[in-house]
Design a protein around this ligand. Structure first.
Ligand SMILES: [Zn+2]
Length: 197
């Protein structure tokens, strides 16, 4: 759906925008006044990791679960683990940082890079080769084309070149075929946040 029609979490609404009006995530680098949506800025990402800030809106994340958007390969792995009744563990690090539930629902709906993280941002050759696994899971309805996923906790490591995250303790799995399916959930989450505010 058109991004103007997606309700915007308050903190995301305060982000700078690009020329089309897209809010620019907190971890996105800028070059010559243009946000580079496909890339992750090392220092911005490190700051978010260390300060426990949301990688989308840049605001503090309270203690408790954090969320991220996963692509089709990881979504299929999670669906498989849940169907088999076993805990889901993925110890492969990712450069995708965590965020608020509302921010990740929003990002899944409007941001093509966040909605398909592994498509453009593979971390190392040892990590899941998305080219292979995507082909393997294509057509498998379970797991869909991606998911918004909640985790009880995350770990991070900041090296000179990269900021890497690992997510522990799956607490919520919201797979989608089309990210538009998250609209009702996003509306409900924003209503809850307004109630808390
Ligand atoms: Zn946020």
């Amino acid at each position: 759906m058109r991004f103007e029609l997606v309700p915007v979490p308050d903190e995301v609404g305060e982000r700078p925008r690009d020329a089309r009006g897209y809010p620019v995530p907190a971890i996105t680098p800028w070059r010559d006044g243009q946000p580079q949506f496909a890339l992750t800025d090392h220092d911005r990402s490190a700051d978010c990791a260390v300060e426990r800030k949301c990688s989308v809106c840049g605001a503090f994340m309270a203690r408790g679960p954090v969320w991220r958007v996963v692509g089709p390969a990881e979504s299929a792995e999670i669906a498989k683990a849940l169907a088999a009744g076993r805990p889901y563990r993925n110890l492969a690090p990712t450069m995708e940082g965590p965020g608020h539930r509302a921010c990740m629902l929003y990002a899944a709906m409007v941001c093509p890079f966040l909605a398909r993280p592994n498509a453009r941002r593979r971390v190392t050759a040892g990590e899941t080769a998305d080219g292979l696994t995507t082909a393997a899971v294509r057509g498998a309805a379970r797991g869909g084309t991606g998911a918004v996923v909640g985790f009880g906790d995350y770990e991070y490591a900041v090296t000179g070149a990269r900021v890497l995250f690992r997510f522990l303790d799956l607490v919520e799995f919201l797979p989608h075929e089309s990210a538009d399916e998250h609209l009702a959930e996003l509306r409900a989450e924003l209503a809850r946040a307004a109630g808390r505010g």
